[in-house]
Design a protein around this ligand. Structure first.
Ligand code: HEC
Ligand code: HEC
Ligand code: HEC
Length: 502
């Protein structure tokens, strides 16, 4: 323990020494990124304007000309390696002879960029328990070792991160070390955020600084011994964490590099989509091949034609991330609905396309599948047998007609075809055609809730009305007719899914 403490003191000294110099230069590791970042910076100026968060001063009107000027400045800065993004308000505008107005514009631009990047990183999802207190934390996160509560990251000086220096913020994001030098738990995806440039992280900090401070202390963590010993994370990190910024691959296009930077960094897609090893670290051999968390299967999104999404077009991936629905393939429910709602719907179409380009290049993993999830199903034609018959016990067909057919039609083909607010067909739907029926049962228990710019999508949950036997019966009826007939659940499995913390 002593050596350990000493190591941290050295680290603290190192940081204290380097912090005052941080504003002066863009770290060398960011320079090759300049092309991709310049591209990102100019997009943000236009995209950020569309949907500001309620409490942010970033929404203070920027005239189009001012925002163009600011974005040009940011672009030039990123390309030229100067420090517009790192030095706070004075950093980019100090040399500008026009004085106050451009300085304000540079700050607004920085904050807007930060808001965009915070959305790409989906900070709000984990750091919000109560929607009226965004970023104030308190969300319980179930882990195999107990429950963690997310901290308050509003600028409140006492309960939030108002007193944190930029260096402390960077250290948390890139090294997973808290203000007091303690190890943070990897439920906080610093394992991915470590790849994000200092320039982007400081933009996020600048944005967080503009939030309304919320005075709120989240509950204490409930972790069993020995997992309440933060220093043990040192060993976890040795096995599962490589600190370091994203290194662009010069053999790939700027678009691919931008996609890789987002997916492997801020967007942390692997946190849900990559299987975990026995220490709960991400497995490096079958990345993106799918994992189950809190009852939801984050499907295989490698480009394998049968096991993954290899039969999706680039545009399908873009549409799914922008809207949460691709008719004839998939609808985003559960945690993915939240990702779309809080994060990916706000990304520019160029960034989404970059993500798609990158995803289509990762190694395909079949995982034993022979047929894509979205290639199952045929319309039901046997419902007439129910007419006039008295059904004994729990009957999936009857329950389906009573509870689901009003929206999805008794044939399963849905209502309203592919219109934005349509009730989707259950045929050729990835949750229904998946080799495991867990997501389907979760959709029946919890419904679908997804708000985007395009639509407010709502399917009611049936968890309160239907018991485990009934949910299992409907699930099995649906997979039998509209999906993969081999995917079944038992009432016991539904009971287990029901107990998952959402
Ligand atoms: C998947 C959930 C998740 C996401 C997404 C997430 N965080 Fe966190 N964050 C956590 C958890 C959990 C902790 C607490 C870890 C601990 O107690 O060791 C944490 C801790 C932090 C801390 C340290 C705060 C403190 O008081 O120690 C900061 C700063 C932080 N997060 C910022 C961010 C930012 C900025 C983003 C978005 C770019 C973000 N987080 C996204 C889960 C998340
Ligand atoms: C918080 C966990 C989580 C994160 C983070 C996450 N996903 Fe997902 N994803 C899921 C879940 C769960 C599903 C299944 C949703 C369903 O069945 O409706 C899913 C489904 C998908 C699908 C559809 C697959 C199919 O066949 O239906 C795609 C594509 C996808 N995610 C891409 C991404 C990308 C790209 C990212 C990063 C930007 C990402 N996901 C981040 C949990 C997550
Ligand atoms: C009030 C209308 C309504 C009812 C009733 C309803 N649904 Fe839905 N369902 C929806 C909507 C809306 C969506 C989401 C559409 C979207 O994502 O754009 C949906 C989505 C789904 C999905 C796709 C989820 C995914 O992750 O891909 C499945 C499966 C599903 N419903 C099954 C059922 C079953 C089974 C029942 C009966 C227990 C049912 N629904 C009852 C409206 C309804």
């Amino acid at each position: 323990m002593k050596g350990f403490a000493a190591a941290f003191s050295v680290l603290a000294l190192y940081l204290a020494w380097h912090a005052p110099n941080d504003g002066e230069k863009v770290p060398a590791d960011e320079l090759p990124m300049s092309a991709a970042l310049a591209q990102g910076a100019s997009e943000v100026a236009t995209a950020g304007a569309s949907a500001p968060l309620a409490s942010s001063t970033a929404s203070a009107a920027v005239t189009p000309s001012a925002s163009v000027a600011a974005s040009e400045q940011a672009t030039a800065a990123a390309a030229g390696g100067s420090a517009a993004g790192t030095g706070g308000p004075a950093g980019g505008a100090g040399s500008n002879a026009d004085g106050a107005a451009p300085m304000g514009a540079a700050m607004t631009d920085l904050v807007k960029r930060g808001e965009y990047l915070a959305r790409a990183g989906d900070c709000i999802a984990c750091h919000t328990a109560d929607k009226s207190r965004p970023f104030a934390g308190g969300l319980p996160m179930g882990t195999p070792f107990g429950t963690l509560y997310t901290p308050n990251i509003t600028p409140d000086p006492d309960t939030g991160i108002g007193r944190w220096t930029d260096a402390e913020f960077l250290r948390a994001m890139q090294k997973g070390i808290g203000k007091g030098g303690q190890h943070l738990y990897p439920a906080f995806p610093y394992t991915e955020y470590t790849r994000v440039t200092e320039r982007d992280l400081l933009a996020i900090r600048a944005y967080l600084n503009t939030l309304t401070p919320v005075r709120y202390t989240p509950p204490r963590n409930e972790l069993a011994f020995p997992f309440n010993q933060r220093w043990l994370m040192f060993f976890w990190n040795v096995f599962n964490f490589r600190e370091g910024r994203f290194v662009p691959d010069p053999k790939q296009s700027p678009q691919w590099n931008r996609g890789a930077y987002l997916v492997e960094g801020l967007a942390h897609c692997e946190e849900c989509h990559t299987p975990r090893n026995f220490t709960q670290g991400l497995s490096s051999s079958d990345r993106f091949s799918g994992e189950v968390q809190a009852g939801w299967h984050a499907f295989n999104i490698t480009p394998d034609k049968a096991g993954g999404i290899g039969n999706w077009s680039e545009q399908d991936i873009v549409d799914y991330l922008a809207k949460g629905a691709v008719p004839g393939r998939a609808n985003a429910a559960g945690p993915m609905a939240d990702v779309v709602e809080n994060s990916t719907q706000y990304l520019t179409s160029d960034d989404l396309r970059s993500i798609a380009v990158y995803l289509r290049s990762v190694p395909p993993v079949a995982g034993g599948q022979t047929r894509p999830r979205d290639a199952f199903g045929h319309p039901a034609d046997d419902v007439s047998r129910l007419r006039g018959t008295r059904v004994a016990g729990v009957d999936g067909a009857q329950l389906f007609v009573a509870n689901c057919a009003s929206c999805h039609n008794w044939t399963g083909q849905g209502v309203g075809a592919s219109a934005p607010l349509a009730y989707p067909s259950l045929i050729h739907n990835s949750a229904v055609g998946a080799p495991d029926a867990g997501n389907l049962a979760m959709v029946i228990l919890h419904g679908v809730n997804r708000r985007t710019k395009d639509a407010d999508v709502m399917m009611p949950g049936f968890g309160d009305e239907l018991n485990d036997d009934q949910v299992a019966a409907i699930t099995n009826y649906v997979t039998q007719h509209f999906g993969d007939p081999k995917a079944t659940v038992t009432a016991q499995e539904v009971a287990k899914l029901r107990r998952q913390q959402q």
